[in-house]
Structures are given as C-alpha cells and as structure tokens.
Design a binder for this molecule. Structure first.
Ligand SMILES: *Cc1c(COP(=O)(O)O)cnc(C)c1O
Length: 242
C-alpha cells in the first residue's frame, strides 16, 4: 500500500501486546486496539496509532463533518498533554502501568510467552482429544479455538466449566461453530492458567463420559513448554492456580 494512495487500517484489538505489530516497518497507516485484551486493562479505552500518510489525508479532509472521531483535534491536544474530552484518568494510569510491566518483562519475551503458551494449550487440548479449530492461516496466539466431541455443545460445556470451577471461557457464535470453545491466551497469562484450564476441561470431559487419564493434557503442555526451553522462564511452580 505504501506506493499507492490507499490507507491500510488494521484491527489489532486482540493483537497488540500479544502479537507482533511492526506498524512502521510494515507500512500500516492506522492500527486500532483497545485496553481490555492483551493490554491487560479494564475495558474503556480505544487506542489508535496513525501514520504520517494517514494524517496527511485527515488534514486534507478538514471540511468534512466530524465531532468525536477528530484525529486532527486529538493530535493537537495531545501536544499539550490533553485529550479533546475528559481523560479517563484511571484507565490511562492502568495502561501506563501495563506498559511498564510489559517493558520490564521485555516485549520480545512477552510475545514469545504468548506464542509458547498458545501452542502449549493447543498441544494440551489435542492430548485431551479435542480438535484444533484455530484456522491455520489466522493463528493469532491470543485465542485458542478447540472442537469438542460431536456429542458436546460448546455453550453447555462453557456453562459446566463455570458452574463447577468458576472458570469463564467462551463458546462460539453460529450453528457451524456449535461444538467449538474459545480460550483466551492473552495478557497477564501464565503457565498456571493454561494448566488450570486443561485440568478443568479434562474433568468436565470426564463427567461427560470420557475416560481421560488424570493430567494428560497438562502433562503434554508441560512437555511442550520444556521442549521450547521456556520451562524456567514461565515459572512452572504450583501447577495450577485457582
Ligand atoms: C474483541 C475484539 C473486537 C471487539 O472489541 P470490543 O470492544 O470487545 O467490542 C474487535 N476486533 C477484534 C479483533 C477483537 O478481538
């Protein structure tokens, strides 16, 4: 797109913070993200990063009607350290804290942690006999999508997991996805979180007529993390946190 007039706009709501985003290197003009996914904050902030090329289009377009989404006004006010409307100070403070945590961990390690835990959870789900429904061409390491056995419905499974353990995962929307479950692997995620998921998923599968040997999924995930050489970094200590 760099050589053309077209602007490249990327929805990276569930990406930024968990998946590489090389805005300048890749020539992305507008990156859109939000506070509540891999950036680990409460919901409420929409965040955009706008290239010079996009800003030149925005400035040329000064005669069109706009009010809330006035990037030119927002950028001018930012020079004074202000926002066009009342700043949601607690959310901005939370975002600053989250970014400090990510820099303290090291951004490349944060991204690697996402990739390794995402793959470890997929390996664990496979060991529990679940299908991998994370589409090959779109493997964002922030959400694992698994296919339950045909006799189990995603919505029912999600409900059982919540009722038995208080753990919240998501079903999928639409008839074609009736047997899918979605588990986030983004943000402040640790090995213990996916170990817990795997052990609880195993328990719910077993109460639904499966006969899985205790700890099968978690064992496979653990072996995978070990093979990646991330066993120490990811702090495999308690083997499951409530
Ligand atoms: C979560 C998500 C959205 C929706 O954001 P909400 O603020 O939760 O409505 C949009 N795009 C992607 C890629 C997301 O992951």
């Amino acid at each position: 797109m760099k050589e053309t007039d077209a602007l490249l706009v990327v929805d990276s709501v569930s990406g930024v913070g968990g998946l590489e985003m090389g805005q300048d290197e890749w020539g992305v003009d507008v990156v859109v993200t939000a506070s509540q996914k891999a950036l680990m904050c409460p919901p409420g902030l929409g965040i955009v990063s706008v290239s010079e090329k996009a800003f030149s289009v925005i400035r040329r377009n000064s005669s069109s009607q706009r009010f809330y989404w006035d990037f030119d006004r927002a950028s001018n006010m930012m020079k004074e350290g202000e926002t066009p409307f009342t700043t949601p100070v607690p959310l901005v403070k939370a975002l600053v804290m989250a970014l400090q945590l990510m820099h303290a961990e090291d951004l490349q390690l944060v991204l690697k942690r996402h990739r390794v835990l995402f793959d470890a959870l997929r390996v664990g789900c496979a060991a529990l006999g679940l299908g991998d429904a994370t589409q090959a061409s779109q493997k964002s390491p922030t959400v694992v999508v698994s296919e339950l056995p045909a006799s189990l419905l995603g919505a029912q499974f999600v409900k059982s997991l919540y009722e038995n353990f208080g753990t919240v995962i998501a079903a999928s929307v639409g008839e074609a996805n009736a047997h899918k479950i979605r588990i986030k692997t983004m943000g402040a995620i640790t090995y213990d979180d996916i170990a817990l998921d795997l052990n609880q998923i195993e328990a719910v599968l077993n109460t639904n007529g499966r006969n899985i040997e205790a700890g099968m999924g978690e064992k496979a995930a653990r072996a995978y993390v070990r093979r990646c050489g991330m066993f120490d970094t990811l702090g495999l200590s308690s083997g499951g946190r409530q």
